[in-house]
Design a protein around this ligand. Structure first.
Ligand code: SF4
Length: 298
């Protein structure tokens, strides 16, 4: 039985080289400005569904205000962020305090892979939070985040990971959600949706039963797709098997999925660009890397 982590699968689908940096070279991605909307949304969801915020917008606001403290911004910064978020939510977009925020954040040294700055990251966070239409909090249902699951596929492959969110009714899962945050990568969207179908197909056979369904939600655009039980996991096996083979063999499929726009927001961008500004992929000999991996394992 082969076991594969969903997170690894999605990273590989996003960009095989990103997979290599993260899981073969064991380099944790640095936090860059481009990552802040994702982090704020994840923290916001936690605040909201754990009952500490009245809405996802409020949850995200709390995350940004906490960062302002961590970054030792001037004391008026949290109120300034709240003003910005309130004005944006009420669509008073003309006099947003962007310059004041830029001034408050002038000593913050979080790197950016492009010229994406903190006001832009705050703006993307608020827009995504406003678009969010997730499960309502109510007393009859429990909403849990990062719910562990395991899926056995017929080809002897087990996919395991964390569903971003599940809804429980009387201890029964009725909805499982997978969230996507990648701004541009269409293949991630594709693969996540299909994995959702696999998850659902297998839910039938593992006895979870009932009427539950899976949602793939793209947090940045508000796009979501719901999938009801179909039981047709087999047609997805070629996609997963090809990805697994690529991972196992150390095969680089340069830019199979990543586009230039994806690179612009990638935390590993520095590693992919040589000092002369050329693309490191051009210098990379995949067969050498595969050989050194084999040597390590022997
Ligand atoms: S910079 Fe581009 S090629 Fe390099 S890991 Fe990131 S997405 Fe992949």
């Amino acid at each position: 039985m082969q076991r594969i982590q969903l997170e690894r699968l999605l990273t590989y689908a996003q960009c095989p080289l990103r997979y290599w940096w993260r899981y073969r070279a064991h380099i944790e991605a640095p936090v860059i400005t481009e990552e802040l909307p994702r982090l704020a949304l994840q923290q916001g969801l936690r605040h909201y569904y754990e009952g500490r915020a009245a809405s996802l917008v409020d949850g995200c606001l709390a995350a940004w205000q906490a960062w302002a403290d961590d970054w030792r911004c001037p004391p008026e910064t949290p109120a300034l962020i709240a003003r910005y978020v309130r004005m944006r939510a009420q669509r008073h977009d003309e006099d947003l305090p962007v310059d004041e925020l830029r001034e408050a954040w002038r000593d913050v040294t979080i790197p950016s892979a492009s010229d994406y700055d903190l006001p832009a990251a705050l703006d993307d966070t608020v827009l995504a939070a406003l678009r969010y239409v997730g499960p309502e909090c109510d007393g009859q249902r429990e909403v849990l985040l990062d719910w562990p699951f395991q899926i056995s596929l017929t080809a002897g492959i087990t996919v395991e990971g964390l569903a971003s969110l599940v809804v429980l009714e009387r201890d029964q899962v009725t909805v499982a959600e997978f969230h996507g945050y990648s701004p541009y990568c269409p293949s991630e969207l594709f693969l996540s949706r299909h994995l959702s179908i696999v998850a659902l197909a297998n839910a039938e056979s593992t006895g979870w039963g009932g009427e539950w369904y899976v949602v793939y939600r793209h947090m940045l655009t508000g796009f979501s797709a719901s999938v009801f039980t179909t039981g047709d996991a087999d047609r997805l096996l070629p996609v997963i098997s090809a990805t697994l083979r690529g991972i196992e063999c150390g095969v680089f499929l340069p830019r199979m999925a990543a586009t230039d726009r994806e690179c612009l927001r990638c935390p590993y961008r520095e590693l992919c660009t040589t000092p002369d500004g050329l693309d490191a992929l051009d210098d990379l000999d995949a067969t050498l890397v595969a050989a050194s991996e084999e040597k390590k394992g022997s």
